[in-house]
Design a protein around this ligand. Structure first.
Ligand code: WAQ
Ligand code: MG
Length: 254
């Protein structure tokens, strides 16, 4: 689903579902587009495509760890430290943070998709720098979703942002050439974000931007040369990934 208002991106969402769930999921997406904190959508598009069930890659959800911080400035320092543990040089991590906070599409606008940043050079690799690259075709199995909701409920984190972000980050971390992901929301009222990687899982950071801020986004840090980036983009957009096993959840008592 993709929702726009005055030519501006409001919200997008992707699911991987059995046919029986299609109607209710589409309705929920429409309702969300019409009641979105970034503004009520004026134009909503759906693209629905068949997936070959035999091609679905099954995987386990990333482990979640919460890193509570007192301020968003501290959160951004934690993010660059985590990125550096994943092999992203500090200068490149800081540059990515600065680009997201200025609006990676230019003129203060967020991208609809993610930036792809080469960890060796810091260069942006996405072919369309007004749009970015969207990961798609990932979801939780119905059972995993239900269990995850229960687990998150118990630690006060059961909301759609967390569930969708964990799902997306799990698929992205599975890509062989992605070393880490940085994200914070573009919803003005949602200040949390994360750094995710195969090695350290989903490291949630409670504050990564000031309240009211609409500039947000994602950066996929890649070990890639430009000739192969097309394969990665293809993989992110088209390989169906279903999460059918949960990871651990670790919330520090602060
Ligand atoms: N593929 C690539 N980039 C995407 C995708 C996608 N499927 N979906 C969103 N983005 C990019 C796009 O630039 C959005 O502007 C940006 O990410 C933020 O999207 O508490 O809510 O859906 O643990 O606003 C993370 C913290 C919340 C959750 C992230 O992102 C938590 C969030 P949003
Ligand atoms: Mg959003």
């Amino acid at each position: 689903m993709r929702a726009e208002r005055d030519g501006r991106h409001i919200s997008g969402a992707e699911r991987l579902l059995p046919l029986d769930d299609l109607e209710s999921a589409s309705l929920a997406m429409l309702q969300r587009a019409l009641t979105h904190p970034r503004g009520q959508a004026q134009r909503v598009s759906f693209r629905i495509e068949p997936i070959n069930a035999e091609k679905i890659v099954r995987t386990k959800l990333l482990d979640l760890k919460n890193n509570p911080v007192a301020t968003w400035q501290q959160g951004r320092r934690v993010a660059t430290q985590l990125l550096s543990l994943c092999g992203v040089p500090t200068a490149i991590a800081e540059q990515a943070v600065a680009t997201l906070s200025a609006g990676a599409a230019g003129q203060g606008n967020s991208l609809r998709g993610a930036m792809l940043v080469d960890v060796a050079t810091g260069c942006r690799l996405e072919p369309d720098q007004q749009r970015g690259v969207r990961a798609s075709r990932m979801d939780l199995s119905a059972q995993a979703r239900q269990q995850l909701e229960q687990q998150l409920q118990a630690v006060g984190l059961n909301n759609p942002h967390v569930i969708e972000a964990l799902t997306l980050a799990t698929k992205v971390a599975l890509a062989p050439t992605v070393v880490a992901e940085l994200c914070w929301s573009d919803d003005p009222d949602y200040q949390a974000g994360y750094v995710a990687s195969k090695r350290f899982g989903y490291q949630r950071i409670s504050l990564l931007k000031p309240g009211g801020e609409e500039r947000g986004g994602r950066v996929f840090f890649v070990q890639e040369n430009c000739a192969e980036v097309g394969d990665l983009i293809d993989w992110l957009q088209s390989v169906p990934v279903l999460i059918d096993e949960l990871g651990s959840i670790c919330i520090s008592a602060k």
